[in-house]
Design a protein around this ligand. Structure first.
Ligand code: C2E
Ligand code: CA
Ligand code: CA
Ligand code: CA
Length: 281
C-alpha cells in the first residue's frame, strides 16, 4: 500500500486494472452526503437529429458539496463502488430521476412519454439483485418503467455473470429500455449484441470528437451506424459539441445526439424549464 495523501491509500494488485482506492475520510463524507441529501442529479437532453426535438434525457449524479460546490462523479463514483455505497447512491439517483420523469411527463404535449436514462455500474449488478431493487422502487414510488432507461457498459455484458442476463430481461419486460454506453471503447467482441436485447447504442465521445477532420473516426462511426441499423438498434452520439459534427452525424443517419451543442447537464428545475421552452417553440 502506498500513501498518496491525507487518509488515502492506493493498493496495487497484480494488474493495473485492480487498483483499489479507499479513502476513509471520503467514505465517511459520502455516507454523510447521503444523509444530508447532498447527492443531486443533473439532467442532459438527448436530441432527435432529424427533428431537433428532445427525445429523452440522461441523469448524471453530482455531489452538491457545501464547500467544494458540485463534485463530478469521477471524483467519488470509484470510491462509492469500492465501499459499497454505490447501491445507496444509485438508488438515490433512481428515486430523483423517477420524480423528474413524473414532472416532465406532466407537461407532456403530445402524449408521448419521455424517458430519463440512469447509469448503473457493473458493481451494482453483482452479488446483489439490482433488478429487484428497481422493481421495488417502481412499486413504492409509482414510477413507470416506461419512463426510464438504463445505461450499462460493455464490460457488464462481457462479464458473463449469470444474473446479469436475467436482470436485464426482467427490466426490459417491465418496459424499460437499455442503452449500451461508451460503445467502442475497450472491447472488440460484438457477440453480446446478439445475446442481449439492446435498444440503444451510445457511440463514445472519443469517436465523435474528430469526426469532421479524421476520416478514420468517420469510417468507424459510419460502420457502427450501419451495423446498428441492421440490428434494429437506435444510435446516440455522445459529446456532440459543434454544428459540423451534428450535420455529419445526421447525414450518416445517426438517430440521436447528446452534447454541449444542445445543452450541458442541468439541475432539475433548469432542465424542466429548458424542455418546457423547447416544447413551446
Ligand atoms: P457517461 O455516462 O459517459 O456520461 C457522459 C459524460 O459526458 C458526462 O460526464 C457528461 O457531463 C459529459 N458530457 C456530455 N456532453 C458532453 C460534451 O459535449 N463534451 C464533453 N467534453 N463532455 C460531455 P459526467 O457527468 O462527469 O459523468 C461522468 C461519468 O460518471 C459518466 O459517464 C458515468 O460513467 C458516470 N456516472 C454519472 N452519473 C452516474 C450515476 O448516477 N451512477 C453511476 N454508476 N455512474 C454515473
Ligand atoms: Ca451514460
Ligand atoms: Ca458515455
Ligand atoms: Ca463514460
Amino acid at each position: 500500500a502506498k500513501r498518496t495523501g491525507r487518509n488515502q491509500f492506493v493498493f496495487f494488485g497484480n494488474d493495473a486494472q485492480r487498483v483499489s482506492v479507499l479513502d476513509g475520510g471520503m467514505v465517511h463524507d459520502l455516507r454523510l452526503a447521503l444523509e444530508l441529501d447532498q447527492i443531486d442529479v443533473h439532467y442532459q437532453p438527448i436530441v432527435d437529429l432529424a427533428t431537433g426535438r428532445v427525445h429523452k434525457a440522461e441523469a448524471l449524479v453530482r455531489w452538491k458539496h457545501p464547500q467544494k460546490g458540485y463534485v463530478p462523479p469521477v471524483e467519488f463514483i470509484p470510491i462509492a463502488e469500492e465501499s459499497g455505497l454505490i447501491h445507496a447512491i444509485g438508488n438515490r439517483v433512481l428515486q430523483k430521476a423517477v420524480q423528474t420523469t413524473r414532472e416532465w411527463n406532466g407537461v407532456c404535449v403530445d402524449g408521448v412519454l419521455r424517458r430519463i436514462s440512469v447509469n448503473r455500474s457493473p458493481r451494482e449488478f453483482y452479488g446483489y439483485d439490482g433488478a429487484d431493487d428497481w422493481i421495488s422502487h417502481m412499486n413504492t414510488q409509482g414510477g413507470c418503467a416506461n419512463m426510464l432507461s438504463l445505461e450499462i457498459t460493455e464490460g457488464l455484458l462481457l462479464s458473463d455473470h449469470p444474473k446479469v442476463l436475467a436482470q436485464l430481461k426482467q427490466l426490459r419486460a417491465m418496459g424499460m429500455t437499455v442503452a449500451l454506453d461508451d460503445f467502442g471503447t475497450g472491447y472488440s467482441s460484438l457477440s453480446y449484441l446478439k445475446k442481449f436485447d439492446i435498444d440503444y447504442i451510445k457511440i463514445d465521445r472519443s469517436f465523435v470528437l474528430d469526426i469532421v477532420d479524421d476520416p478514420a473516426d468517420r469510417a468507424i462511426v459510419e460502420s457502427i451506424i450501419a451495423m446498428s441499423r441492421k440490428l434494429g438498434i437506435k444510435l446516440i452520439a455522445e459529446g456532440v459539441e459543434t454544428q459540423a459534427q451534428a450535420a455529419l452525424l445526421a447525414a450518416a443517419h445517426c438517430d440521436f445526439a447528446q452534447g454541449y451543442l444542445y445543452a450541458r447537464p442541468m439541475p432539475q428545475q433548469e432542465f424542466l424549464a429548458f424542455v418546457r421552452a423547447a416544447e413551446n417553440t
